[in-house]
Design a protein around this ligand. Structure first.
Ligand code: CP
Length: 372
């Protein structure tokens, strides 16, 4: 048997296994075991996007390269934009985002439009037939009858995973992307963050110290970004949070296993001068049981004050996945200090999503080869 035949045979076995596996079996697997059922077996790049652990250094480099090139092409209003629009002309995307979202929703929608996709959205769960008792499984199968790509943020913690499982068994196996569903991960925000580091440091992300501050226990963006650190060399993380909101052990165990050093602190001011990137996060009080128990702010030790800009390294950056509340001095949002990058970060989110969709549909070489 030739190598090509062996690979094809292996693909066939994975496909068959994906069709047979029960939800209970799939749900019980560790995330790293699920990757074989999520990534494209031919390219190694993600097909369904559920977890940050699906991305390798190669796939991250490719995404950053494609995002850079797509935004350069887009500057050529007539020819460039038409070229991008033709890439996925005639295909359809569904944004099934039924929890609050501004930038993930808008950046995905705009990214789809840049690539020429036609767009459908469901934002209110009361307007889909789940409200009449349809199972999530049947809803996902139904969506796949009409569209070629599904983006999902859903209150059910395992919804996107279940969606991928259903689609793997179906005859219309369209890709599904986790748009920050559930408590654990927000993989496309982590891609946004990596792309922002790539742009801020001229593509040199290795050997950086990243301070993550705020609600690290429930912040899915810091969890996903921590997983991506495995792809870079000599990284160091400093976690700053109140004791009750510190980073969970599963992430700390992952960092230990991959020899990524981290330290835990409880005072932001103390560690600012050590950082190449400071990543602020909001208190995720939407996960508190009763709103009356919720805390909107964790106090001055975890707030980035205007005077802290003076403590930052000259080439460090101040990031935030947004939305923000009081954890960054309001004035900083209007500062023209080049190190304040969170507004650029949210725009980067649109371009990295353009790149992600292009890679899922295997259009990346067309983008990279385009001559302006
Ligand atoms: N960062 C992020 O996920 O923002 P939205 O909740 O506004 O989509």
């Amino acid at each position: 048997m030739t190598v090509k035949n062996l690979i094809e045979n292996n693909r066939g076995i994975i496909k068959e296994r994906a069709r047979q596996i029960s939800w209970l079996e799939f749900a019980a697997m560790e995330e790293k075991e699920k990757i074989i059922f999520l990534n494209n077996s031919k390219t190694g790049n993600p097909f369904h996007v559920l977890f940050a652990q699906q991305f390798s250094r190669n796939s991250l480099n490719l995404l950053c390269q494609v995002a850079d090139k797509a935004r350069a092409i887009h500057k050529y209003r007539d020819e460039g934009r038409r070229f991008l629009k033709n890439l996925l002309f005639g295909t359809y995307a569904l944004n099934f985002i039924i929890q609050p979202s501004t930038r993930t929703f808008l950046s995905f929608q705009t990214a789809q439009e840049i690539l020429g996709m036609s767009i459908r959205d469901i934002r209110d769960p009361n307007t889909s037939s789940e409200a009449k008792g349809e199972t999530l499984e049947d809803s996902v199968r139904t969506f796949s009858s009409y569209v070629d790509l599904m983006i999902m943020r859903h209150p059910d913690e395992r919804a996107v995973e279940k969606g991928a499982w259903v689609l793997n068994k179906s005859d219309r196996r369209i890709p599904i992307i986790n748009a920050g569903s559930g408590k654990d991960q927000h993989p496309t925000q982590a891609l946004t963050d990596i792309y922002t580091l790539h742009k801020s440091f001229d593509g040199k992300i290795d050997s950086r110290t990243i301070v993550m501050c705020g609600d690290l226990q429930r912040g899915r963006t810091v969890r996903s970004l921590s997983y991506l650190m495995r792809n870079y060399q000599n990284m160091k993380l400093i976690f700053v949070s109140p004791f009750r909101l510190r980073m969970e052990n599963d992430i700390k165990n992952f960092l230990d296993r991959h020899h990524i050093p981290y330290q835990e602190e409880d005072n932001l001011e103390k560690v600012i001068s050590l950082a190449d990137a400071i990543y602020m996060t909001r208190i995720q009080d939407e996960w508190d049981k009763g709103k009356e128990q919720g805390v909107q702010s964790v106090g001055p030790k975890y707030k980035f004050k205007k005077e802290y800009l003076n403590l930052m390294k000259e080439d460090a950056v101040l990031m935030h996945p947004l939305p923000k509340r009081h954890e960054i001095d309001e004035e900083i949002g209007y500062s023209n200090d080049k190190r304040v990058v969170f507004w650029r970060q949210e725009r980067n989110g649109m371009w990295i999503r353009v790149a992600l969709i292009a890679v899922i549909f295997q259009k990346e070489q067309k983008i990279l080869k385009y001559t302006t």
